[in-house]
Design a protein around this ligand. Structure first.
Ligand code: GLN
Length: 456
């Protein structure tokens, strides 16, 4: 804990931690020492972690990187952080992210972006750590902490993990409690660990998940021993390679990386099979209808009364002006765009044409996966991202679609509620990390982690 606290101060330039909690960390570390001395060594005992700012942490600022939650200190602890603390973990502070987890580059944060510790060979151009869990990825990659929590609605654990050369897993929907995590799109959101190795991810996931009566979508299932599942034995397992993920204009390096992964799985004794997920091309548009729709509803609660920021009012302003001014000042441009899109697709005249249509497409996407799993496929191997980390400021604000395209390989997994993991597999010609994604059967995080272990 002491060396991480020193590393965090030295790593301020990365802007990964937006709030540090050194006193709390030392207190938790002392308590962990006492537990160890008493012969009690829970899974995360004394392990220093960073916590994404989306998690409510009792008495500690939890702003979801938004000005509208300025100064908000929850009076309660999210289930995930409470479980991690019960398992002996130490919180070093809160981590940077895109505002309300909306983004793929960490540039929508009210704190300014976090920075990727990696740089292109011979260049000092600053790169994005990805998003929305960009601070989590930067902090783990730069060894400021041993692990971090992330959340993933459409790729926000897996894309930043791939951009920074670390491991990130999005569990099956319902595996990890969402209670106390600021909601973005409730039917898609899942929290998961971001770590340096698959083994660390297995241990940390075990401490994060489990049934929670406070989240009605939390599954009442036993938590497997994920670490014990890491045997490295994948002989006879069937790995599907979906042809629809072979995109036009995919960089040769990504194609080569994918081939490397295929060979690694084959060398380990797995059977590699071409598969088809025919509705893949509709996933991104369906996601960018459903996620904003749910967000527009979830974000209605930020009204200047209950949480955080309230705009200064002038004489004659009523409650409507108070809402309008507060929300105009408090939400950044990307969040405002999502609220507008969301309310539009849910509005009486357009509900069937957009929202209901997207829900039907979602069902078809889920069915595609069910069909290949029923056909004997154990896991699906794809690239995690369409490119390596890009430069900060490189994606233009004028074209949000360009940024949304980052999620092309990851959103299907959220729409289908499946577990997905990103593993670093190699470097590109400029020396930047690249990651592959494995998608598993529902509730088979254990198998997924074991497959990912083979790619390490
Ligand atoms: N980049 C996607 C979005 O902006 C995914 C975000 C996420 O997974 N939280 O919606």
């Amino acid at each position: 804990t002491m060396s991480c606290l020193t590393a965090i101060d030295a790593g301020d330039g990365l802007n990964a931690f937006v709030h540090k909690t050194p006193e709390l960390a030392l207190e938790q570390a002392r308590a962990a020492d006492l537990r160890l001395k008493a012969g009690d060594a829970p899974a995360m005992c004394g392990i220093p972690l960073g916590i994404k700012d989306l998690f409510c942490t009792k008495g500690v600022p939890s702003q979801a990187a938004s000005n509208i939650l300025k100064g908000f200190k929850p009076e309660y602890e999210s289930t995930v952080t409470a479980k991690l603390f019960d398992a002996g973990a130490v919180m070093l502070g809160k981590l940077n992210m895109d505002e309300f987890a909306m983004g793929s580059s960490n540039e929508t944060s009210c704190y300014g972006n976090a920075v990727n510790p990696w740089q292109r060979k011979g260049s000092n151009v600053q790169l994005t750590p990805g998003g929305s869990s960009g601070g989590s990825a930067a902090a783990v990659a730069a060894d400021l902490c041993l692990g971090a929590t992330g959340t993933d609605t459409g790729g926000s654990i897996r894309q930043p993990a791939a951009f920074t050369g670390i491991v990130g897993i999005k569990p099956t929907y319902g595996r990890v409690s969402r209670w106390g995590i600021v909601a973005f799109a409730s039917s898609l959101d899942q929290a998961g660990p971001m770590t340096k190795s698959v083994r660390d991810a297995a241990i940390m996931l075990g401490a994060m998940c489990g049934h929670d009566p406070k989240d009605s979508t939390s599954a009442d299932l036993a938590v497997p021993d994920f670490e014990a599942a890491l045997t490295g034995d994948v002989r006879g397992k069937v790995i599907g390679i979906p042809r629809e993920y072979r995109m036009d204009g995919m960089p040769a390096e990504i194609e080569a990386l994918w081939q490397t992964g295929i060979e690694m799985m084959r060398d380990a004794g797995a059977v590699v099979r071409d598969i088809s997920l025919p509705h893949t091309k509709y996933a991104l548009p369906a996601y960018y209808v459903i996620a904003p729709a749910e967000a527009s509803s979830n974000l209605a609660r930020y009204d200047g009364v209950r949480y955080g920021h309230r705009a200064k009012l002038t004489a004659g302003d009523g409650i409507t002006e108070m809402y309008e001014k507060t929300r105009a000042e408090g939400f950044g441009p990307e969040v405002q765009r999502r609220i507008m899109v969301g309310t539009y697709v849910l509005s009486a005249g357009f509900y069937d044409a957009y929202y209901n249509r997207a829900r039907k497409v979602r069902a078809l996407i889920k069915r595609d996966f069910e069909a290949v799993f029923a056909d004997g496929v154990d896991a699906i191997l794809t690239p995690a991202t369409p490119s390596a980390a890009f430069g900060l400021g490189e994606m233009s604000d004028a074209d949000p679609i360009q940024m949304y395209l980052n999620d092309v390989f990851t959103v299907t997994v959220n729409l289908a509620g499946l577990p997905g993991i990103a593993v670093p597999v190699g470097l590109d010609q400029q020396g930047l990390p690249l990651g592959l994604q494995l998608i598993g059967r529902p509730w088979d995080e254990a198998g997924l982690l074991n497959h990912a272990h083979v790619l390490e």
